[in-house]
Design a protein around this ligand. Structure first.
Ligand SMILES: [Zn+2]
Length: 88
């Protein structure tokens, strides 16, 4: 809740904009099996679109049991998150 309120404050009260990068409390798919992945040694850069240009990203794309939760222009209106995967 605190993270979400701080995000709303940083977006000057724009809840729609805040929700594009941080799920409201109780609405995160992380609680039902989604997880974030990254390239070892990349740190925060893993949480940028640059991750979509890594070999690690493309190796994940070839796995049949996971897929990306938030693709480009996803129907949820969430930003593109190549690091966020879901179990199929
Ligand atoms: Zn995530």
């Amino acid at each position: 809740m605190n993270l979400y309120f701080n995000k709303i404050k940083r977006t000057k009260g724009n809840i729609t904009l805040a929700s594009r990068s941080l799920a409201p409390p109780a609405y995160s798919y992380h609680s039902i099996g989604d997880f974030d992945v990254g390239k070892k040694g990349w740190g925060y850069k893993n949480f940028t679109v640059s991750f979509a240009r890594t070999e690690e990203f493309w190796r994940l794309q070839r796995l049949s049991y996971i897929s990306m939760r938030y693709t480009i222009n996803n129907k949820d209106g969430v930003r593109f998150e190549p690091w966020h995967v879901k179990i199929i």
